[in-house]
Design a protein around this ligand. Sequence first.
Ligand code: COA
Ligand code: ZN
Length: 328
Amino acid sequence: MNHGNNERLLINEVATRDGFQMEANFIPTEDKIALIDRLSGLGYAKIEVTSFTSPKAIPALRDGEEVMGRIVRRPGVVYTALVPNLRGAERALDVNIDEFNIVMSTSETHNLSNLRMTREQSFAQLAEVIALARGADVPVNVSLSCVFGCPMEGEVAQDTVLGWIDRFADLRVQGITLCDTTGMAFPTQVQALCRAAMERHPELQFTAHFHNTRAMGLVNSVAAVEAGIRRFDMSLGGIGGCPYAPGATGNVATEDVVHMLQCMGYDTGMDLEGLIAATAQLQQLVQHDLPSQLPRAGHRLTRHQPPADFPEIVARAAAKGDAKEYRA
Ligand code: COA
Ligand code: ZN
């Protein structure tokens, strides 16, 4: 079934960054590499491999260099990593990253909590990172946290968000990711911000990044795609969350969102069966249930056997006088 939504969507897998940063147990480096190598064959446009953050802040990703250096880079897939400061950018350059995903929050309180800088201090530092990236010919994407609300400050005004987008646009970054860090977004808000941002900056590549904290992740994804967003962050199994954002829970699950968008006729380029199979490997690594639904339910046309006494049910119905023959 195809409803004519033929424009290709670009999917960015964030389980090994947004996901693993939130896991209580350290995932062994070998296992991270094996999972990423498997995911590389499933149709992603991009994989956020790790982050180059302080190992004190994010101990789960302290092996960023080794992971980045040892994965098999599949041509056509962009291998990116989260970079919070100049030190992180230097580390990322050393391992020949394809893109810097630099990060700051549009909420002052969250930026201070997460990055230990004011927004102005972050911006000044990131401006240096952008200059470094330009010299090294590395594209820059900016992940803006809390653009749909902050768990500590409450509402973040749309004008505040657009103001930060303007400032990064002035520095000629390639793209902006609109991050719903703790699942505060709702569909009409998503449409309003996505449309306003895209109208104001048609030159920028916008990505939507939803967490499913309040069960609105899928409907927000629909709102974003209908507003014209073509790039999405998603996390296999639905793991994820920012350890410095109170109440954070997992991202929208890659398999759940891809399934939904494929049902709607969008070309995601993704191997859905391969994704579902990969969740088993992920679950072994994290050793807890995954929040995603699809691995349990299967795709919507998954067919189950009728009840064991079904022939008797049919025979009884026929004996009651329905002349039509039953056919499965
Ligand atoms: N990579 C590795 N080490 C780093 C680093 C980086 N990117 N940035 C700083 N450090 C080290 C410094 O070398 C210093 O080490 P030392 O104590 O051995 O001397 C130490 O960390 C403190 O440096 P400082 O610049 O004062 O950092 P900070 O303590 O103010 O922390 C950040 C600032 C941004 C590095 C830290 O808050 C961070 O990494 N946050 C990331 C949070 C995150 O990823 N959240 C989830 C994603 S949204
Ligand atoms: Zn996130």
